[in-house]
Design a protein around this ligand. Sequence first.
Ligand code: PNS
Length: 163
Amino acid sequence: MNRIAIYPGSFDPVTNGHLDIIKRGLRLFDKVIVAILKNPEKIPLFTVEERMEMLEVSCKGLGNVELGTFDGLLVDFAAQKDAVAILRGMRAVSDFDYEFQLALINRSFKREIESVFLMTGLRWIFTSSSIIKEAARFGGDITAMVPPIACEKLKEKLKLPHL
Ligand code: PNS
Protein backbone atom coordinates (compact mmCIF):
# COMPACT_ATOMS: atom_id res chain seq x y z
CA MET A 1 0.00 0.00 0.00
CA ASN A 2 1.11 3.50 -0.66
CA ARG A 3 -0.75 5.75 1.74
CA ILE A 4 0.04 9.38 1.10
CA ALA A 5 -0.79 12.30 3.38
CA ILE A 6 -0.63 15.96 2.45
CA TYR A 7 0.65 18.25 5.18
CA PRO A 8 -0.34 21.75 4.04
CA GLY A 9 0.52 25.10 5.51
CA SER A 10 2.22 28.44 5.10
CA PHE A 11 5.47 27.36 6.80
CA ASP A 12 6.57 30.97 7.18
CA PRO A 13 8.98 29.71 8.52
CA VAL A 14 9.00 25.98 9.34
CA THR A 15 9.09 25.40 13.12
CA ASN A 16 10.09 22.45 15.28
CA GLY A 17 6.37 21.92 15.88
CA HIS A 18 5.88 21.36 12.13
CA LEU A 19 8.84 18.96 12.01
CA ASP A 20 7.39 16.98 14.92
CA ILE A 21 4.11 16.55 13.00
CA ILE A 22 5.99 15.50 9.84
CA LYS A 23 8.01 12.87 11.75
CA ARG A 24 4.94 11.48 13.46
CA GLY A 25 2.97 11.58 10.21
CA LEU A 26 5.65 9.38 8.64
CA ARG A 27 4.84 6.68 11.20
CA LEU A 28 1.25 6.64 9.99
CA PHE A 29 1.68 7.16 6.26
CA ASP A 30 4.06 5.81 3.64
CA LYS A 31 4.73 9.28 2.38
CA VAL A 32 4.11 12.82 3.62
CA ILE A 33 3.88 15.58 1.05
CA VAL A 34 4.57 18.92 2.67
CA ALA A 35 2.66 21.48 0.64
CA ILE A 36 3.35 25.20 0.88
CA LEU A 37 0.35 27.34 0.06
CA LYS A 38 1.04 30.19 -2.34
CA ASN A 39 -1.45 32.48 -0.68
CA PRO A 40 -1.99 35.86 -2.36
CA GLU A 41 -4.00 37.03 0.65
CA LYS A 42 -1.22 36.72 3.16
CA ILE A 43 1.96 38.77 3.03
CA PRO A 44 4.60 36.28 4.11
CA LEU A 45 7.96 37.16 5.58
CA PHE A 46 9.71 34.57 3.39
CA THR A 47 9.26 33.89 -0.31
CA VAL A 48 7.99 30.48 -1.37
CA GLU A 49 11.54 29.64 -2.51
CA GLU A 50 13.00 30.56 0.89
CA ARG A 51 10.33 28.54 2.70
CA MET A 52 10.98 25.61 0.41
CA GLU A 53 14.73 25.79 1.07
CA MET A 54 14.20 25.83 4.84
CA LEU A 55 11.91 22.79 4.59
CA GLU A 56 14.31 20.99 2.25
CA VAL A 57 17.22 21.36 4.65
CA SER A 58 15.22 20.52 7.76
CA CYS A 59 13.42 17.49 6.33
CA LYS A 60 16.63 15.90 5.05
CA GLY A 61 16.94 12.39 6.44
CA LEU A 62 13.46 12.26 7.92
CA GLY A 63 12.24 9.64 5.46
CA ASN A 64 9.73 9.67 2.65
CA VAL A 65 8.97 13.37 2.55
CA GLU A 66 8.16 15.21 -0.67
CA LEU A 67 7.94 18.98 -0.88
CA GLY A 68 5.55 20.88 -3.08
CA THR A 69 3.68 24.11 -3.53
CA PHE A 70 0.06 24.66 -4.43
CA ASP A 71 -2.50 27.30 -5.10
CA GLY A 72 -6.22 26.76 -5.43
CA LEU A 73 -8.13 24.25 -3.38
CA LEU A 74 -6.21 21.98 -1.08
CA VAL A 75 -8.44 18.98 -1.86
CA ASP A 76 -7.69 19.35 -5.58
CA PHE A 77 -3.98 19.27 -4.88
CA ALA A 78 -4.46 16.31 -2.54
CA ALA A 79 -6.44 14.39 -5.19
CA GLN A 80 -3.85 15.21 -7.83
CA LYS A 81 -1.23 13.66 -5.55
CA ASP A 82 -3.40 10.59 -4.78
CA ALA A 83 -3.40 11.45 -1.10
CA VAL A 84 -5.76 9.64 1.23
CA ALA A 85 -5.45 12.19 4.01
CA ILE A 86 -4.79 15.78 4.95
CA LEU A 87 -2.55 15.96 7.97
CA ARG A 88 -2.81 18.86 10.42
CA GLY A 89 -1.35 19.55 13.82
CA MET A 90 -3.65 20.78 16.56
CA ARG A 91 -2.40 22.86 19.44
CA ALA A 92 -4.78 24.42 21.93
CA VAL A 93 -8.56 24.55 21.79
CA SER A 94 -8.17 27.86 19.96
CA ASP A 95 -7.07 25.93 16.85
CA PHE A 96 -10.17 23.79 16.94
CA ASP A 97 -12.78 26.12 15.39
CA TYR A 98 -10.73 26.86 12.33
CA GLU A 99 -9.52 23.29 11.88
CA PHE A 100 -13.06 21.95 12.27
CA GLN A 101 -14.36 24.35 9.63
CA LEU A 102 -11.48 23.53 7.29
CA ALA A 103 -11.93 19.78 7.72
CA LEU A 104 -15.67 19.97 7.10
CA ILE A 105 -15.45 22.12 4.00
CA ASN A 106 -12.70 19.90 2.61
CA ARG A 107 -14.83 16.84 3.34
CA SER A 108 -17.80 18.42 1.60
CA PHE A 109 -15.64 18.82 -1.51
CA LYS A 110 -13.99 15.40 -1.44
CA ARG A 111 -15.41 12.85 0.98
CA GLU A 112 -12.75 10.28 0.24
CA ILE A 113 -9.95 12.43 1.63
CA GLU A 114 -9.87 12.28 5.44
CA SER A 115 -8.49 14.98 7.69
CA VAL A 116 -6.19 13.53 10.30
CA PHE A 117 -5.15 15.59 13.33
CA LEU A 118 -2.16 15.01 15.53
CA MET A 119 -2.06 16.74 18.89
CA THR A 120 1.02 18.86 18.97
CA GLY A 121 3.94 17.76 21.11
CA LEU A 122 3.70 19.36 24.57
CA ARG A 123 6.99 21.16 23.95
CA TRP A 124 5.51 23.03 21.00
CA ILE A 125 2.08 23.84 22.35
CA PHE A 126 2.71 27.59 22.57
CA THR A 127 4.65 28.00 19.34
CA SER A 128 3.50 29.07 15.92
CA SER A 129 5.33 30.67 13.01
CA SER A 130 3.64 34.01 13.76
CA ILE A 131 4.48 34.14 17.44
CA ILE A 132 8.05 33.01 16.75
CA LYS A 133 8.49 35.84 14.22
CA GLU A 134 7.11 38.35 16.70
CA ALA A 135 9.28 37.05 19.54
CA ALA A 136 12.39 37.13 17.33
CA ARG A 137 11.66 40.70 16.19
CA PHE A 138 11.50 41.85 19.79
CA GLY A 139 14.71 40.17 20.86
CA GLY A 140 13.38 36.83 22.11
CA ASP A 141 15.54 33.74 21.92
CA ILE A 142 13.71 31.40 19.58
CA THR A 143 16.64 29.09 18.80
CA ALA A 144 15.00 26.10 20.53
CA MET A 145 11.75 26.55 18.59
CA VAL A 146 12.91 26.41 14.97
CA PRO A 147 15.43 24.33 13.03
CA PRO A 148 18.89 25.96 12.66
CA ILE A 149 18.30 26.99 9.01
CA ALA A 150 15.12 28.88 9.99
CA CYS A 151 17.01 30.59 12.80
CA GLU A 152 19.71 31.70 10.35
CA LYS A 153 17.15 32.95 7.83
CA LEU A 154 15.21 34.86 10.51
CA LYS A 155 18.43 36.46 11.67
CA GLU A 156 19.28 37.50 8.12
CA LYS A 157 15.81 38.67 7.12
CA LEU A 158 15.00 40.59 10.29
CA LYS A 159 18.59 41.77 10.86
CA LEU A 160 18.65 40.40 14.38
CA PRO A 161 21.90 40.80 16.30
CA HIS A 162 20.67 38.73 19.27
CA LEU A 163 20.32 35.41 17.43
O1 PNS B 1 -0.39 27.13 7.97
P1 PNS B 1 -1.78 27.63 7.72
O2 PNS B 1 -1.73 29.03 7.19
O3 PNS B 1 -2.65 27.48 8.94
O4 PNS B 1 -2.43 26.69 6.57
C1 PNS B 1 -3.71 26.94 6.08
C2 PNS B 1 -4.03 26.05 4.85
C3 PNS B 1 -2.92 26.14 3.83
C4 PNS B 1 -4.17 24.62 5.29
C5 PNS B 1 -5.39 26.54 4.24
O5 PNS B 1 -5.38 27.92 4.13
C6 PNS B 1 -5.68 25.94 2.87
O6 PNS B 1 -5.87 24.76 2.73
N1 PNS B 1 -5.73 26.82 1.83
C7 PNS B 1 -5.95 26.42 0.45
C8 PNS B 1 -7.33 26.83 -0.06
C9 PNS B 1 -8.37 25.87 0.47
O7 PNS B 1 -8.51 24.77 0.00
N2 PNS B 1 -9.10 26.33 1.53
C10 PNS B 1 -10.09 25.51 2.22
C11 PNS B 1 -11.41 25.41 1.51
S1 PNS B 1 -12.11 26.94 1.06
